[in-house]
Design a protein around this ligand. Sequence first.
Ligand SMILES: [Zn+2]
Length: 372
Amino acid sequence: MLRSIRESFLGSCALLDSAFAQVKVVGRLWSCILACSLAAGCAAPVTQRVAVDDRARAAEEQAQQALALQSEFAMTLRLWSVGYGVLKAAKADCTEMLRPSLGIYTLSSEQLPVAARSRALQSVGVDASQRIFAVYRSGAAEAAGVKPGDVILSSSAGVKPAKESRGDALQRMPAGVPVKLTLQRGGETVVVDVVPDMVCDYPLQYRASGDINAFADGSIIYVTRGMMRFASDDRELALVIAHELAHNTMGHRGKKSANATVGLLFDVLGAAAGVNTRGAFSDVGARAFSQDFEREADHVGMYYLAQAGYPTEGAAQFWRRMATEHPASIRTNLSATHPATAERFIALERIATDIRDKQGRGEPLTPVKAKP
Ligand SMILES: [Zn+2]
């Protein structure tokens, strides 16, 4: 009896399905009936909903967007203000990737899409003038007396930032040639000569993601909001940037690609011999020396940190803190290929000791090269 009821039910459903498949409009109606039935059958809140009018909601949406823009702008300025010293300190390792820079972050509304201009003005004060929003610590502009809030009226290198400059170099800025800047500061006009720094040309890019992560793709260094919040002070953020910069200066991305290509060759040879390796050799190639590259980035990065003027003692605490407070992010973001955090902690402590000894002896701050 039960069986016959079930069969008759299934038969009815099959008939309905075929009918609805043929008539899409009726199919949508069926979905609607199902949704209504579900809503009627589900439990609902018992208190009265607060009425929100459309105008108030739109105003709040705008306010939240403005706050998001302010936060993003502040994070970008902090990233550059901290990272600039590291990009400058590592210049000896960036011979092929160097560029002149004034050590400022300047932005005008003309550099933004028209649709974004009014929001940028309201949120962070970006107007049509070429305003300097940040003067990087230990940078060329700071040494010349440039202040945040100054507006560039004219300059021997043009007024607008160079397209490739990320806001810290002007249009005509050959290396080693002083740039004369005429600045408006409040009601005054100030003229300064700035001799540009040479810095590693690996731009820093902020990512508005809550993941605690940073990575380098061979040309750009990315740092997430989650990582910037986790890095409790400038030294910790500089450590992260220095580690990622070392990945770029040591050419790790290119070396990984080359290793993957070698693996791919074995996959192709396997396929020619009738064996489907399912890309196993490419995977192995891509992962070859990954942990050694990470150790090298830790090692070289610590020297960049010291060269940028930050103390290296206690830097290893950063990774210990991450391993204990956010083990999941270590596993998922940073460390499928990273050394165990215990090994990393001890190695970083030893590197800090080596650096301190070298500083004490007045020796150059360069990492020890591996024996051939
Ligand atoms: Zn790394």
